[in-house]
Structure formats: structure tokens, C-alpha cells
Design a protein around this ligand. Structure first.
Ligand SMILES: [Zn+2]
Ligand SMILES: [Zn+2]
Length: 227
């Protein structure tokens, strides 16, 4: 996995621009709010398919001034966004219900939603940058086994489940397996435990502690496993 040159810088630039625009909107539309409470945090993974895509997002709740209607706030929000170069959509109707207090702005792949309603004093500001690929696809080589026939401890046999791998043989020790819809899903064998569920990681099992059932996994030795 390698960094894609300039990608993180570009995402950070978009994050800063998004935050700056949100601060302007919050200060103007919900005066008295503290925009210092607006956090972008770290970019979060939005899609677990390789290559992973990340974006910044932020959510802020302000209070609508008592003398401003939801529709008035929405039209002011639309004007502010347009004057800053954002493309603005104001849904007039949605399933027959008029939604005067909803405004969506888009710029450079970033998106800002502002929601207000006459039934509530809350004004929700939601912003997100585009989701960007920051790293080349990660490779997950299968780990080397922790035990081999040559390095197994005297009195032990290679684990019949992982054959000395130690790591979970189902996922190679990642804890997850690729999933077509979600990108990744918990490993059905180790359930994120990452190690082999039989030997718990050492890759070998003590002969003296094998159950009769477990001895059945070593038929080449019959009942005559070395003691
Ligand atoms: Zn596993
Ligand atoms: Zn094992």
C-alpha cells in the first residue's frame, strides 16, 4: 500500500474549504452558535472495497432565530451558497410534501445540506467532501507459517487446522474476508480473532493434550502417534 501523491493534500484542502463554508453559514443563519464546536475530525472510510475511499464529514446543530421562518432561513442559505459559487438545489416538493426548509449545495464534489423546519427550532448543517482514494490498493500476502515440519517442537504436531500457519487459515490473519456488497465482512471462521481457532496461534498442538477426536486428524500415524 502506497500513498497516492497529492491525494491527501487535496482531500485536506477540500476539508478546510468545506469547514470554512460551514462556519460562514452557521454564523449567518444561526447567530449565537459556536462554530468552534464544528469538528471535521479525521477522514473516514466510506467504502470498504479496495481501493478504500475516504472523506471528511461534519454535522452541526444550530438554533433558528425566532423571527426567521424555516423558508426564510432556507432562501438565505441558498443565497449565501450561490454567492460563494456553490450550485444550489432547493427541493420545492417531495412526494407532494412541501419542504421549504431544505437546501443542498454542491461544489468540487463536496456537498452541504441545511435542514430547517417550522416544527422545530433546530437547524442541521451537514457537510461532506467527495470520497477520495488516498492509497494504492492494499495487498494482503498470506503470512509465513509460525511452525513447519522442521521447526515443530518435540512432543508437538503441526496443528491439523492451520497446518502450522498460526494465523486463521480462513482469512490469513486479517480478521475479515472480501465481501462483494460491503467490501469486507467479518471472517466466518475466527470472527475477527485473527488466529487459528484450534491452536490459538502457536501453529502446533501438544500430543499429550490431543483428544481422541483430534488424534483422528493424524491418520498417517494411526493410533501410534509418538508419545
Ligand atoms: Zn479468520
Ligand atoms: Zn492452528
Amino acid at each position: 500500500m502506497g500513498d497516492i501523491p497529492g491525494a491527501r493534500e487535496e482531500l485536506d484542502r477540500l476539508g478546510r474549504a468545506l469547514r470554512a463554508q460551514l462556519v460562514v453559514l452557521i454564523a449567518d443563519l444561526t447567530p449565537g452558535s459556536d462554530p468552534g464546536l464544528l469538528f471535521l475530525g479525521e477522514p473516514a472510510i466510506v467504502d470498504w472495497h479496495e481501493p478504500l475511499r475516504l472523506r471528511y464529514s461534519a454535522l452541526f446543530r444550530g438554533e433558528r432565530p425566532v423571527n426567521v421562518s424555516a423558508a426564510g432561513l432556507a432562501s438565505r442559505a441558498a443565497a449565501l451558497l450561490r454567492s460563494a459559487g456553490w450550485e444550489v438545489a432547493v427541493p420545492e416538493e417531495n412526494d407532494g410534501v412541501r419542504r421549504h426548509g431544505v437546501v443542498t449545495g454542491r461544489l468540487d464534489g463536496s456537498c452541504i445540506d441545511i435542514r430547517a423546519g417550522d416544527h422545530t427550532s433546530a437547524v442541521m448543517f451537514e457537510g461532506r467532501t467527495p470520497a477520495m482514494v488516498l492509497h494504492t490498493p492494499q495487498q494482503f500476502p498470506r503470512p509465513d507459517p509460525v511452525r513447519t515440519p522442521g521447526t515443530v517442537t518435540p512432543g508437538y504436531v503441526l496443528c491439523y487446522e492451520c497446518d502450522g500457519l498460526g494465523a486463521c487459515p480462513g482469512c490469513g490473519g486479517r480478521g475479515w474476508v472480501p465481501d462483494r456488497t460491503r467490501g469486507r465482512t467479518d471472517c466466518p471462521e475466527c470472527h475477527r480473532g485473527r488466529v487459528c481457532v484450534i491452536c490459538r496461534g502457536p501453529g502446533q498442538l501438544a500430543l499429550s493434550r490431543l483428544s481422541p477426536y483430534q488424534r483422528g486428524h493424524y491418520p498417517e500415524s494411526g493410533q501410534g502417534l509418538p508419545q
